[in-house]
Design a protein around this ligand. Structure first.
Ligand code: 5GP
Ligand code: MN
Length: 347
């Protein structure tokens, strides 16, 4: 192992990249900091290695992360549908980052399935859909896909990141910083080693912190206040808390993509609360976000009741019921999981 990576994986990946003429770099729907950090870092590194590549995301990314698309070249499938189709038809290598199931890329899924390109997955979620890929680099022990990418690039560079371009280093740092919620979750010794080496290269952590966590609108702040004051429901008997936001409410606070990022963590700050959920009404479905503080697997919970998946302590999914029925449904699911919830509360 080199850091958190098998040396063989780096060799296999390098060989695939060396052979490729056009590379598509892809991440999941509703791209977050780790998703965007990983694709932009990969793109920067591949360009530095002399390769031609394009980044594809299924739908738009949050405003506070727009600075990561420096040259405004990211293809967004819902907006640039024809260009995305074209680039997939010409690509001979597809690198998928930060997701573990093909359904996570919505309308891009058939483009991957029908492509004859070599397919690589680099990810940190449990139970990846291995059969859909030729090469899988997966590790659930790292903080983020960006961290896994850091170890991959470092290995390919002979054990040092000294030569990687500045924007690649910056993107890796942003991915790790957002997925750990600013060093609060999933941080291990390797995460600090990565941070040390990236800061040593000159990554400006204050500016990045300000851009990522300080780039929100006034509406977002007031939506957070409204959610906590008027919408958060606490169920002490289950050690659970949840917030439901309707489309009407989102519009009232001039919602833009990414504004509810972080809301789901709030109920967990209450003594005795070990599982929390955020439900937001979207076009044709309810987006589900789940977190747990100990023991209780929201990855399993999401797979069982919310058509999704994720990590043990952070997961997401979708519901296809009217927003008015969500609270009752969630409380029913909690009741069905009463035993595992009680165990988690006792930990
Ligand atoms: P978030 O709540 O921040 O949207 O997502 C938390 C975690 O769950 C992330 O790691 C994300 O990749 C995963 N996740 C979110 N939504 C879904 C989903 O619909 N399906 C699956 N498989 N994973 C999801
Ligand atoms: Mn991630």
């Amino acid at each position: 192992m080199t850091g958190y990576l098998k040396r063989k994986s780096a060799k296999e990946f390098r060989e695939a990249v060396d052979k490729a003429k056009l590379i598509v770099i892809l991440t999941h729907t509703n791209p977050d900091g780790d998703a965007l950090g990983s694709v932009t870092a990969m793109s920067s590194y591949l360009k530095f290695s002399g390769k031609a590549c394009r980044i594809v995301v299924p739908n738009p990314f949050p405003r506070n992360l727009a600075f990561m698309d420096r040259d405004r070249k990211i293809l967004i499938n819902t907006r640039h549908t024809d260009a995305v189709k074209d680039v997939f038809s010409r690509a001979d290598l597809i690198i998928a980052l930060d997701f573990n199931q093909l359904k996570r890329v919505d309308d891009v899924e058939p483009l991957i399935r029908n492509s004859k390109a070599v397919k690589v997955l680099i990810d940190h979620h449990p139970e990846p859909e291995n059969s859909a890929f030729d090469i899988v680099i997966s590790n659930t022990e790292v903080s983020s896909t960006a961290e896994l990418l850091f170890w991959l690039i470092r290995t390919m560079e002979g054990g040092s990141v000294k030569k990687v371009p500045a924007d690649c280093a910056q993107a890796l740092y942003v991915g790790m910083m957002t997925d750990t919620n600013n060093f609060a979750n999933s941080v291990a010794a390797g995460t600090f080693k990565m941070s040390y080496e990236l800061l040593d290269l000159g990554v400006d952590k204050e500016t990045l912190q300000l851009k990522v966590f300080g780039g929100f609108s006034e509406g977002r702040m007031r939506l957070l206040g409204h959610s906590l004051l008027n919408k958060m429901k606490i169920l002490h008997e289950f050690g659970a808390g949840y917030i439901i936001l309707t489309r009407e409410e989102l519009e009232k606070f001039s919602f833009s993509e990414g504004d509810t990022e972080g809301f789901v963590n709030m109920p967990l700050n209450i003594n005795g609360i070990t599982v929390s959920a955020l439900f937001t009404e979207k076009d044709g479905h309810i987006r589900v976000s789940l977190r747990s503080a100990n023991g209780f697997s929201v990855n399993r919970f999401s797979r069982k009741y919310f058509n999704g998946a994720g990590h043990e302590r952070a997961a997401g999914g979708k519901l296809f019921i009217p927003v008015g029925e969500v609270g009752e449904y969630f409380e029913k699911c909690l009741a069905l999981e009463q035993d595992s919830l009680s165990k988690a509360q006792d930990l």
